[in-house]
Ligand binder design. Structure first.
Ligand SMILES: Nc1nc2c(c(=O)[nH]1)N[C@H]1C(S)=C(S)[C@@H](COP(=O)(O)OP(=O)(O)OC[C@H]3O[C@@H](n4cnc5c(=O)[nH]c(N)nc54)[C@H](O)[C@@H]3O)O[C@H]1N2
Ligand SMILES: Nc1nc2c(c(=O)[nH]1)N[C@H]1C(S)=C(S)[C@@H](COP(=O)(O)OP(=O)(O)OC[C@H]3O[C@@H](n4cnc5c(=O)[nH]c(N)nc54)[C@H](O)[C@@H]3O)O[C@H]1N2
Ligand code: SF4
Ligand SMILES: [Mo]
Length: 742
């Protein structure tokens, strides 16, 4: 028997308005939802947890005092009063009958593993005892926290107090890490979230595989729509005709994995034609001559052979950018862990922006300002004797945050490592569908002495837990204040609109209860979470009572530096040279390429197609696939296949097929075909987050296929450890795979 069998149990118990621009169709408008009084008048503030844009919202109650609907907070720059369909559908998270209902502990009965319902007390005592034992035996640093979402802050406090700083989120090494590192190396600052892109006022927006409009990050979609209405040029580089591509003046259907060649060629053209912002480059940048020399041979003709984008289109689009300069944005994207050389690709994006003078300028990149929140009066955290980095001597030297994939790898014992991770606390991240290479994740889990999963839903990851703790949804709890950096700083409150359903509880309370059992009560000095919030708000001259009325507080900027380089003001960048480093001395010091290079990536073998994936407007990752409101809008994914390929394989629309990847892995479930010209012939496309394998998800089980299952080959970014996931290839099986084949 495996140490951890996957436990399957069955016994536990939009008013969308058309906007002038159709990219907007999905965003519901608070104007039509004027039912504040209609519903009994009561509304409680929150910020959305359906994705990490964190729109400030109102939960409205009906006359019976039940949760009725959600609307956006008008004052919030993240949403401007409008929620995206996922945010509106957040109500479904609360009402989902499949939710986790009580704490569960893994037991072995007659040789068979099963979950048994437990009291909170039993669950906490079990966890605390194990944590102490692991700490005594191996040190507290062998315990790691994986978290995506608000609860991470609370469990993070508990774990830091216990002596481990190994706290990680998949939003770094599986998402935006390379972007932060690439921009940091260039400007001495990262991009952050919400992205500091001044889309509202831009004249030219270049999207490189960033599919805003399907990627529904709210304020960004709205600003893009506004920019289009004001006549901005959109240039979209995507092997797929995305929603954004359909709004674009130029769609460049690039051969996937070759973006670096296009970027280098754009840099070549802009330098050679002298279309760059000379004053800006001269005043602020370091290494221009080296860059010029470096890109000398990267002509559009060179790039054409690699990217399939015609030379005149490369020149024309470069000219469009130059014409708009400095009000131009080569968007850094967000999920950028594609091919393993991603930090360098993002360096090229950063360099291109610098040449066009868009950093710190209107219509380019603005300088966000954030409000400071008072620190709690708690003891200093102990200093750990080791961190995750010790598992990777000499590697991933530019990683600014802990790597989720790294901690996963360092959980599998290896001869040359003195200690591997022994316990995972997993809050709000379905690691099975989030980390690439599922077999590796499961192998790591099998080596743990303890795995605690805190979730709202019986997702795949919960099936591997020793203890499952059911969190109530964001509509039933407080959380830390949302503190946002934006054009103007804001803070937003999340307050409960209902009592937690079933026996679910907020993460704050769980972390405090655990801390108590670990003799760390001093780190949670307040009796209740609302007392902690009230104390923090009072330090700012506010109160919980007042925030409950307004939900969001917007402040005027303290510093008048929204566009700090607008008039070529003196400025010192946080880099070794104090300049924008076109040539990165930090990269060079660490032994990496100081200037981005083109590397050729592997091509699909005969009969295989590159698997690319993305977002659907009405779903977030795997977390919404069971949401009753959102499954109404879309309940399965399809695989997009070019008509030429469909003909070759004799595939028809809606035909069910299985996908098999280069390593012989076959999807657990069939997926329907969508034959469309909107995807290149060398690739197939699907929406991430479907093909759930846990039967407890009654609406999502077996619906569509999982891209994560097919991502077995990972190209790791040597500079910061990001996991490139787009180097996987699939072929089609038109018959059900024979049993025994996984
Ligand atoms: N194959 C593949 N892998 C990917 C991606 C991809 O596109 N394809 N995208 C990558 C990117 S960009 C990112 S950012 C990550 C995202 O990775 P994750 O954040 O891990 O994504 P989800 O699959 O949505 O998992 C979220 C989990 O949180 C739970 N949850 C939801 N709300 C709450 C709550 O209030 N409290 C608690 N405790 N739990 C909650 C959900 O039930 C679910 O189990 O995935 C990365 N991995
Ligand atoms: N509705 C919705 N919106 C979301 C999310 C969600 O789950 N649902 N998640 C949010 C999160 S955390 C993230 S990180 C973002 C992710 O969203 P983005 O950062 O915008 O995009 P990606 O997911 O990286 O990229 C998907 C696009 O890249 C294209 N692509 C694939 N390969 C290549 C290539 O080689 N070159 C180029 N140029 N393009 C390529 C695909 O065709 C697809 O259109 O979305 C955010 N917004
Ligand atoms: S973009 Fe949509 S899902 Fe994300 S926080 Fe805003 S409303 Fe919620
Ligand atoms: Mo992400």
């Amino acid at each position: 028997m495996e140490r951890r069998d996957f436990i399957k149990i069955g016994s536990f118990g939009l008013g969308a308005v058309a906007f002038s621009n159709p990219i907007f169709n999905y965003l519901s408008n608070s104007v039509v939802l004027d039912g504040v009084t209609q519903g009994g008048g009561k509304r409680i503030p929150t910020y959305c947890e359906v994705c990490f844009w964190k729109c400030a919202a109102w939960t409205h109650l009906n006359e019976k005092g039940e949760i009725w609907k959600l609307t956006g907070n008008d004052d919030d720059p993240h949403c401007n009063g409008r929620l995206c369909p996922r945010g509106t559908g957040g109500v479904g998270m609360y009402y989902d009958d499949d939710r986790l209902k009580t704490p569960l502990i893994r037991h072995t009965v007659n040789g068979k593993q099963e979950f048994q319902e437990a009291t909170w007390d039993e669950a906490f005592n079990f966890i605390a005892k194990k944590m102490k034992k692991i700490s005594d035996q191996y040190g507290p640093e062998c315990i790691a926290l994986f978290s995506h979402g608000s609860g991470g802050k609370h469990f993070g406090r508990m774990l830091k107090a216990f002596g481990s700083t190994n706290i990680t989120a998949p939003s770094y090494a599986q998402c935006r890490g390379p972007r932060e590192v690439g921009f940091f190396a260039t400007y001495g600052e990262g991009i952050g979230s919400p992205e500091r892109v001044d889309i509202r006022d831009t004249e030219c927006l270049v999207l490189i595989g960033s599919h805003i409009g399907e990627n529904m990050h709210n304020g960004q979609v709205q600003e893009m729509s506004e920019a289009i209405d004001k006549g901005a040029t959109i240039i979209t580089v995507d092997p797929r005709f995305s929603t954004a591509a359909s709004k674009s003046k130029f769609w460049l259907p690039i051969k996937p994995s070759t973006d670096m060649a296009l970027l280098l060629s754009w840099i070549h053209v802009i330098i050679n034609e002298e279309w760059y912002d000379k004053k800006f480059v001269e005043k602020y940048t370091f290494g221009f001559d080296e860059l010029k020399e470096h890109v000398k041979s990267f002509t559009p003709e060179w790039a054409y052979g690699i990217t399939t984008i015609k030379p005149n289109i490369i020149r024309k689009t470069a000219k469009e950018m130059a014409n708009a300069s400095p009000s131009v944005i080569i968007h850094p994207g967000r999920h950028v862990t594609w091919y393993g050389d991603d930090t360098q690709r993002l360096r090229a994006v950063a360099i291109l922006n610098a040449l066009l003078g868009s950093w710190g300028r209107r219509g380019g990149f603005y300088n966000p300002e954030k409000k400071k929140i008072a620190k709690l009066d708690i003891p200093k955290y102990p200093t750990p004797s080791k961190t995750w980095r010790d598992a990777f001597p000499g590697k991933y030297k530019l990683a600014g945050l802990a790597l989720a994939s790294g901690i996963c790898d360092a959980t599998i014992p290896a001869g040359d490592r003195d200690c591997s991770f022994k316990a995972w606390i997993v809050n709000g991240t379905n690691l099975i569908s989030t980390l690439p290479n599922q077999a590796n994740t499961i192998k790591a889990i099998q080596n743990l002495d303890l795995m605690v999963v805190i979730d709202t839903m019986p997702m795949e990851i919960t099936g591997y837990a020793d203890v499952v703790l059911p969190e109530c949804t964001y509509l039933e709890r407080y959380d830390n204040l949302r503190v946002s950096g934006h054009r103007e700083p804001t803070i937003a409150l999340r307050a409960p609109a209902a009592e937690p359903k079933y026996d679910s509880k907020p993460a704050w309370w769980m972390a405090k209860e655990l801390a108590q059992r670990l003799d760390l009560s001093d780190y949670f000095p307040f009796e209740k979470e609302e007392d902690e919030l009230d104390w923090q708000l009072k330090q700012m001259g506010l109160s919980l009572e007042e925030m409950k009325k307004i939900g969001l507080k917007k402040y005027a900027r303290e510093y008048d530096d929204l566009y700090p380089l607008e008039n070529l003001e003196d400025y010192e960048f946080n880099t070794n040279t104090g300049k924008i480093e076109l040539y990165s001395t930090a990269m060079e010091d660490e032994g990496y390429d100081p200037l981005p290079k083109y590397t050729q990536h592997e091509e699909p073998p005969e009969g295989f197609y590159r698997l690319i994936y993305g977002r659907a407007p009405m779903h977030t990752f795997s977390r919404t696939a069971n949401n009753p409101n959102l499954t109404d809008l879309m309940d399965e994914n399809k695989v997009w296949v070019n008509p030429k390929v469909a003909k070759e394989w004799d595939l028809n629309n809606n035909q069910e097929i299985w996908l098999e990847n280069q390593d012989g892995i076959v999807t657990s479930f069939p997926i329907k075909v969508r034959v469309t010209e909107r995807i290149r012939w060398d690739s197939v496309y699907m929406i991430h987050g479907f093909g759930h394998t846990d039967k407890r998800l009654t609406r999502a089980y077996g619906r569509g296929a999982s891209d994560a299952e097919m991502i077995t080959k990972v190209h790791i970014d040597p500079e910061m450890g990001g996991t490139g996931m787009r180097g996987n290839f699939v072929t089609f099986l038109t018959e059900a795979p024979s049993k025994g084949k996984s």
